[in-house]
Structures are given as structure tokens and as C-alpha cells.
Design a protein around this ligand. Structure first.
Ligand SMILES: Cc1cc2nc3c(=O)[nH]c(=O)nc-3n(C[C@H](O)[C@H](O)[C@H](O)COP(=O)(O)O)c2cc1C
Length: 184
């Protein structure tokens, strides 16, 4: 598969079957995430794989409520991945401070996308989740006070009838300009 085909194939999947995900496929996704680039090679991430149904259901339950009802699909997913922002190395911390940049969040986003692209290649569906009750996620997973679960990813097999959607994106003209900033 060409990279552009894989990038198109990956889409947020919000309907899953109850088929379990093979551990080796999860491992391949973790490997893809592991080799992602990061500022000063800090790799400021930890992946918690939640495949225990009881714990997974507890986490799924705190990804939606009346306000965030759009995440009601999450309990269908047999696996949830929780990304923890780990303290970056000294060089990345200093660089981020001097340049006023959240390198660690940029790094985690790249790694998470590596994970999702590998999942797509494995025939799996994912959905990154930014809306959930962080306090409760920390409580359930015994995450230390000074660390944050910054992103969740639902993982599983998409329902058979789940269609490949055409990507709704800004046009190229809208997102690119050459040689200087353009308001076009
Ligand atoms: C950081 C981040 C947080 C997101 N949070 C949620 C979420 O809480 N619930 C959800 O259903 N989708 C969530 N999404 C998925 C986006 O809505 C989705 O990626 C976007 O609409 C583009 O669609 P596609 O992923 O199918 O290409 C999130 C995506 C990102 C990158």
C-alpha cells in the first residue's frame, strides 16, 4: 500500500464488533508508535494498553456523559489505549521553555498517529479521544498525580458495514502558501 493510501484508509471508527484484537497486532502498533520522532528524541510518552474488559469498561464509561454524548460508542471498542505524557528529557524541557513550545504534546500527537496508521494497516479501526473525564481516568488507572493522560485511542475491528468515508478537509489552496504568509 502506498503511504497516501494508508493515510486515506485511516479514519475515525465509531462502530466496533466485539471481535478481540490479536495481541501481536497491538504490539505492532506500539512498535510503530515507539519509533516516532520527538524533540531531542525525548520520547515523552507511555502507552497503557487496556484490554481487560472490566477495566476497559470503566474507562469507556468516563469518556461520555450528558455533555460529551458523542463518545457513547467507546464501550463497543474491545481495547482502549491511554497515552500518558511523561516528563521530557532535560534538553527538550529547556528547548520548550526557551522557545515557548509544547514539544511533548507535538511529540505525543505524532506517536499517536503512527499508532493509528499501523492499526489501519493491520485492518483495525481507531478513534483518538480527547474528551473524557481525566480525573476519573487517573483514578481508575492509578496514574501518579504529576502525570496526565493526554489522549485516549479506541481500538478494535470496525463493523462490517462501516463505510470508508471521503475525507472532509480544507482545500490544498486553503492550507498552503509559498514563500510568504498569504491570507487567501
Ligand atoms: C486530538 C484529537 C482528539 C479527538 N477527540 C475525539 C473525541 O473525543 N471523540 C470523537 O468521536 N472523535 C475525536 N477525534 C476524532 C476527530 O473528530 C477526527 O479525527 C476528525 O473529525 C477527522 O476525521 P477522521 O479521523 O475520520 O479522518 C479526535 C481527534 C484528535 C486528533
Amino acid at each position: 500500500m502506498k503511504f497516501i493510501e494508508l493515510a486515506n484508509l485511516r479514519q475515525s471508527v465509531r462502530r466496533y464488533t466485539d471481535k478481540l484484537v490479536e495481541p501481536e497486532k497491538i504490539d505492532n502498533c506500539i512498535e510503530a508508535a515507539r519509533i516516532a520522532p520527538s524533540a531531542s528524541n525525548a520520547q515523552p510518552w507511555k502507552y497503557i494498553v487496556i484490554d481487560n474488559p472490566e477495566i476497559k469498561n470503566k474507562i469507556a464509561d468516563v469518556t461520555f456523559d450528558k455533555l460529551m454524548s458523542f463518545n457513547k460508542f467507546v464501550p463497543q471498542a474491545p481495547v482502549i489505549i491511554v497515552l500518558i505524557a511523561e516528563r521530557p528529557n532535560f534538553k527538550s524541557q529547556i528547548g520548550g521553555w526557551l522557545k515557548n513550545k509544547e514539544f511533548n504534546l507535538i511529540d505525543i500527537g505524532i506517536s499517536a498517529e503512527h499508532f493509528c496508521l499501523q492499526a489501519a494497516e493491520e485492518g483495525l479501526g481507531t478513534c483518538m479521544l480527547g474528551w473524557y473525564n481525566e480525573r476519573k481516568v487517573k483514578q481508575i488507572l492509578e496514574i501518579p498525580k504529576n502525570k496526565r493522560p493526554v489522549l485516549l485511542i479506541s481500538l478494535g475491528y470496525a463493523e462490517k458495514e462501516y463505510k470508508q468515508r471521503t475525507k472532509i478537509r480544507k482545500s490544498k489552496e486553503n492550507i498552503v502558501c509559498y514563500n510568504k504568509y498569504s491570507f487567501k
